[in-house]
Ligand binder design. Structure first.
Ligand SMILES: *Cc1c(COP(=O)(O)O)cnc(C)c1O
Length: 409
């Protein structure tokens, strides 16, 4: 078998021409954005089919991001956990420490190709803001990042990082002053500025063509992992597991595996419990419109967006990508959840057995992956997407473990 070239530029499982995945997705946006969105769609397909664009992208993914990322057989963890062999796709080893850079490189290059000199983004925890600011610095573009004031205060290190990178962070005071309000502000900015501005959305959500575009930019994860499994394990995994906030690392892993006999497991944040505070939109949401697309949302009785909770800021989002909503309905996904406590436990387990400190988001995938693996046999294989590294989560973890109080005594 020749696995030398895992990357494919063919677009399979495309949405319909109006951007629908089953009933979900679409383009629910202000009238003034319909033109710019059509222009973006045309520009994306033109770039995607342009060999020069793809070569530029692949060179940056290789030499700047550090792809292909390793597929790592966690042998000690597999043994301690019992059951199936555990394989980790190491997105934590990318430049900036999470999968998000795959997407911002793609959209940044597209912005550049379209002649836009300014990019804007929304960010919650600041991870997408940092990945966008990084690419803006690299490509020499002006960068404004919208961030809820609440988040600006909670995520100061990332705010300062963005400033260092030359980005301007704009605090948002409307609504609950968190991610969904930052998204609304960014859309508002774009309505007024689309002539010279490109809006870089951070996950597989937003109006068409964003969910498709972001999936394609992240598909390198699953394409590499598929080839690496065949090469290193000699077979495809039985199960592929990823955490779901908006769903970009999950779609990146799942998309290239969805036509194979592989169980796809989407892990949502169960927070303090599914009957308490959580962010499990696929498991507990119902269809509604948010950020330009129809998808599963967490709403209260009156149809207002519900406050969500997760120990990992990156999973703390009341919606989910529309394609995942369609895959859920079609029975293509197995839904799993991990609570804050289970994620923390998995975080500590991986750190102690393999010397790898994962992001808290990724720890949700780990928690469910370990649970599933323990019910399987040693000749079976579970592939887990390690979407990011845990450096950014040190404070949250120390606080949850009560170590900060100890240190102050
Ligand atoms: C942002 C983030 C996520 C969640 O976003 P998705 O779009 O669902 O992938 C998961 N893991 C890490 C490390 C993140 O930074």
């Amino acid at each position: 078998m020749n696995h030398a070239q895992p990357y494919s530029m063919e677009i399979t499982h495309a949405p319909d021409p109006r951007g629908h995945f089953g009933p979900y997705g679409g383009r629910f946006a202000a009238e003034t954005l319909m033109g710019p969105l059509s222009e973006l769609e045309a520009a994306f397909f033109s770039a995607w089919n342009d060999q020069a664009f793809q070569e530029k992208r692949m060179v940056l993914l290789k030499h700047y991001v550090g792809r292909p990322t390793p597929l790592y057989h966690a042998e000690r963890l597999s043994k301690e956990n019992g059951g199936a062999q555990i394989w980790l796709k190491r997105e934590d080893l990318t430049h900036t420490g999470a999968h998000k850079i795959n997407n911002t490189i793609g959209q940044g290059l597209l912005a550049h190709r379209m002649g836009k000199r300014r990019v804007i983004a929304e960010t919650g925890a600041g991870q997408h803001g940092v990945a966008t600011a990084t690419v803006a610095a690299k490509l020499g573009m002006q960068c404004d990042v919208y961030m809820g004031r609440e988040d600006v205060e909670r995520q100061m290190p990332n705010v300062l990082r963005m400033r260092l990178l030359g980005a301007n962070v704009i605090p948002v005071d409307s609504g609950t002053a968190t991610l969904k309000d930052a998204l609304n502000e960014a859309l508002r900015d774009w309505v007024a500025s689309c002539e010279n501005t490109f809006y870089i959305i951070g996950t597989v959500a937003g109006p068409h063509p964003y969910p498709l575009m972001v999936r394609q930019f992240h598909a390198v994860i699953g394409q590499e992992a598929r080839a690496q499994m065949l090469d290193q394990a000699g077979c495809l995994p039985d199960v592929a597991v990823a955490c779901v906030g908006g769903g970009s690392n999950a779609m990146g892993l799942f998309h290239p595996l969805r036509d194979d006999p592989v169980r796809l497991v989407a892990v949502e944040a169960a927070g303090t419990g599914l009957n308490r505070e959580h962010a499990a939109s696929l498991a507990r949401g119902r269809p509604g419109i948010l950020h330009g697309n129809l998808t599963y949302l967490l709403e209260d009785e009156e149809g207002q967006i519900q406050g969500t909770h997760s120990i990992s800021a990156g999973l703390d989002y009341p919606g989910v990508g529309p394609e995942l909503a369609a895959m859920r309905d079609a029975g293509e996904l197995e839904l799993e959840q991990a609570t804050d406590e289970q994620a923390l436990h998995a975080f500590r387990t991986l750190t102690a057995t393999e010397g790898i400190i994962p992001a808290l988001e990724s720890s949700h995938a780990l928690a469910a992956g370990l649970r599933i693996a323990s019910q399987m046999s040693p000749d079976q294989h579970v592939l887990i997407n390690l979407s990011g590294r845990g450096d950014k989560d040190m404070n949250t973890v120390f606080k949850a473990l009560g170590w900060l109080e100890e240190a102050n005594q």
